[in-house]
Design a binder for this molecule. Structure first.
Ligand code: PEP
Ligand code: MG
Length: 328
């Protein structure tokens, strides 16, 4: 099997009927970038910049951040790298960061984390913005913001980066040729304001890890709950279908970057919903690409539609049967 997936590396990620599915990888450390070549992915769809902060004994200064981003961009070559601004706070607390008295949290996943913290303590975000802008000089910079709950948070985050760009331009620094701004959809409330959010975006990335825990009000790290709610439940599939349709309407490219997309049956369901970009762990690229190359889209889309409309069927079982019948 290993050899079969190695051979898969150079084959295009297209369905049997010729539709291209973009396969990108989730990464967070320098070495992950070299995985691109090994697995034959189309780019890095989620670069978790907080990893560098989490593995450091002291706060990584701008120069160190910039060095890492540049190395990752160099390793990725012509492939795009989507940098996510730091998702720290909550359960990813930094030992070297001053703790506020009122920052002790009962529910850290729903707490003062990610973009919420970054907009309040904007020194961190400013340094990161400059590091990203300088690292991507002469290239396209893709940047996205985690845990957005309301559209104004995207506006503020984008404005912060734009201000740093102007500042660096004033210093006659070499800058990116273009910047593409994206939002992560992880908070269900955001799905109710897509008509306001989507026109602002260059791309949307759905983080199904956090999204699922918030949709089901079930801690993603709780061992008693981990298997309880299925990624192939009708609630999630309908929710994602609605987001996908809105993105088509507003012509905003949409991808999935949660772990869900790395499991072959789940990936198949997502493709059946119309998703054309998945960002997954490097080890999943081979198996998912192999699945994609055996897929016929039209019958799959029909089956997904049937499941969404019916609502009572066990979607996992039905999709497993559907795939087995077709030897997928
Ligand atoms: C997610 O929430 O789905 C996601 C991709 O981000 P993280 O797993 O880093 O929270
Ligand atoms: Mg998340």
């Amino acid at each position: 099997r290993r050899a079969a997936f190695a051979a898969m590396r150079d084959l295009p990620s297209v369905t049997k009927d010729g539709t291209r599915i973009e396969l990108m990888v989730n990464a967070g450390l320098r070495d992950d970038a070299s995985a691109l070549d090994l697995v034959g992915a189309d780019g890095i769809g989620l670069f978790r910049t907080e990893f560098q902060f989490l593995v450091s004994a002291t706060l990584p200064q701008r120069e160190r951040q910039q060095r890492l981003y540049k190395e990752v961009l160099d390793a990725a070559g012509d492939h795009p790298v989507i940098f996510r601004t730091v998702d720290i706070g909550g359960d990813k607390a930094l030992p070297y960061m001053r703790q506020d008295e009122d920052a002790i949290e009962d529910n850290p996943a729903m707490g003062w984390r990610a973009l919420r913290l970054a907009l309040d303590r904007d020194g961190l975000m400013k340094a990161q913005a400059r590091a990203l802008l300088e690292a991507a000089a002469g290239k396209t910079l893709y940047v996205m913001f985690p845990l957005i709950s309301e559209p104004w948070e995207f506006d503020d985050a984008k404005a912060l980066i734009e201000r740093q760009r102007e500042w660096l331009a004033g210093q006659r620094k070499k800058l990116p040729n273009a910047i593409r701004y994206g939002a992560m959809l992880e908070v269900p409330a955001l799905a109710e304001v897509l008509d306001i959010l989507l026109p602002k975006l260059d791309f949307l990335s759905v983080g199904t890890n956090d999204l699922t825990q918030f949709l089901f009000a079930a801690d993603r790290a709780h061992p008693k709950l981990a298997e309880r709610y299925d990624w192939l439940s009708i609630a999630i599939l309908r929710f994602l279908s609605r987001i996908q349709k809105a993105c088509v309407q507003y012509e905003v490219p949409v991808g999935i970057c949660g772990e869900m997309g790395g499991r072959t049956l789940e990936a198949m369901a997502l493709i059946g919903l119309g998703i054309r970009r998945l960002s997954i762990t490097p080890a999943s690229v081979g198996p998912v690409k192999a699945m994609i190359r055996t897929l016929e889209l039209e019958p799959l889309q029909k089956e997904m539609q049937r499941l969404l409309t019916d609502g009572t069927a066990n979607a996992r079982q039905a999709l497993e049967n559907w795939a087995n019948e077709r030897q997928i």
